[in-house]
Design a protein around this ligand. Structure first.
Ligand code: ATP
Length: 271
């Protein structure tokens, strides 16, 4: 899609530098820290906005946008930071982070403290859909972020987020359904789901959960003029998810390449 040209280029560059850093000799790197319910992602960009390194780890330190394991979260961010510093042979100082829609002041303090306690200077803290839109560059429509624990819905008008909502349905619910249907443990179901080779087979199994997400989207965009839905978040990696949502909503639904990295890269771009 032409509209994702910039976003897909930066995501492709980012995927290439995960585990294969590409230090540009620039000592002034910026790190985007995305603390999610399922996954913590660090994306490092150089001053020109080009991805140079990245790392992520699945973790259960955040629930519904709230840091529930504070020490665990600091530990993971610090270890990922150290790993990237070793790869790039430099210290990473400047970071930005994002807050899920509906996060209150107390939680935003926790996210800020985690990033700082891990050794970063926090230069920017923005909301997740605004972060994602740094690279999506959408003017009008809705950004729907289907993560691990929640689905965030943001309506945009003329490039600005005008309405947000967050509902507790996400990839975790897909994994629970898969675990039940295949008699797998939750962790086995998670791994099975993340393998794109299984997506075609899994789509009918998880379709009711995706339709539930679609009905949540319908509720939150009611009365708004939304002509296009832009999907981000790890769950949108599922092949065919956009088709199920489009069919339910009758609204054109698109996603960038690897929607899981849109928000972390947008965060890093925001500095
Ligand atoms: P939240 O937004 O709820 O705080 P998060 O930011 O941790 O969560 P993401 O990292 O955007 O969420 O997405 C994590 C979810 O994406 C998990 O449920 C994971 O199983 C799912 N996921 C990751 N990769 C894939 C894949 N290739 N196919 C299907 N699902 C995937």
């Amino acid at each position: 899609e032409q509209e994702f040209a910039y976003c897909n280029r930066i995501i492709t560059q980012f995927e290439a530098v995960i585990d294969h850093p590409n230090a540009t000799g620039d000592d002034d790197y910026y790190t985007g820290v995305d603390l999610g319910t399922a996954c913590i992602v660090l994306a490092v960009l150089d001053r020109t906005g080009k991805p140079v390194a990245g790392a992520y780890q699945y973790a259960n330190v955040v629930r519904d946008g709230m840091v529930v394991d504070y020490i665990g979260a600091i530990d993971i961010v610090r270890k990922l930071k150290e790993k990237l510093e070793a790869q790039l042979h430099t210290e990473l100082i400047h970071a930005a982070a994002a807050l899920p829609p509906g996060t209150n002041e107390l939680d935003s303090g926790a996210i800020k403290n985690v990033v700082q306690a891990a050794g970063f200077e926090l230069d920017n803290l923005l909301d997740e859909p605004t972060a994602a839109n740094q690279i999506l560059r959408i003017k009008d429509g809705a950004i729907v972020d289907i993560g691990g624990g929640t689905t965030g819905i943001a309506v945009l008008k003329n490039g600005t987020v005008t309405k947000v909502a967050d509902e507790p349905t996400g990839g975790t619910h897909l994994s629970l359904v898969i675990a039940g249907a295949y008699r797998k443990t939750f962790d086995e179901a998670e791994l099975y789901k993340r393998d794109a080779a299984n997506h075609q087979e899994l789509l009918p199994v998880v379709k009711p959960v995706i339709e539930k997400v679609a009905s949540i989207i319908t509720q939150h965009i009611a009365g708004e003029k939304v002509d296009e839905i832009y999907l981000v978040g790890g769950t949108c990696c599922l092949t065919g998810i956009e088709g199920v949502i489009e069919q339910k909503l009758h609204i054109k639904t698109v996603k960038p390449q690897n929607p899981m990295f849109a928000t972390p890269l947008g965060i890093a771009t925001s500095i």
